[in-house]
Design a protein around this ligand. Sequence first.
Ligand code: SF4
Length: 98
Amino acid sequence: MKLFGYRVSRFKEFWRAVKYADMSLWGFLSLATWSLYRLMTYKIRPIAVKGRYRVCLECRAFAENTKTCGFCGCYTPFKARVKKHCAGYYEMEGKWGW
Ligand code: SF4
C-alpha cells in the first residue's frame, strides 16, 4: 500500500526521525501540516526525487540510522519531495546537496 507515492514503512521511519529529534507536539503538528500541504501541491517528477535522495545517500551530512539530514534534521526521503533545495545547498552556496 502506498500513500502520496510512499510505502507505509517510510511513514514509520519518518515518525522514528520525529521521535529522535525530540520535537514538541506543536512543532510536529506544524511540520506535518506543512509537509502534507507540500506533498499535495509541489509538483516534481518521481525520477527527480530519487535522484535527490541518491545525492543524500552519498552526502557527508546524511545520518544513516535515521535517514535525516545533518544540517537541518529533516527526514530526507520526504524532504527530497517537498523542498526546492536542501539545507546543504543553501549552506554551501550551491556547491553541495541538491
Ligand atoms: S545536506 Fe542535502 S544532500 Fe546532504 S543529507 Fe542534507 S539534504 Fe541530503
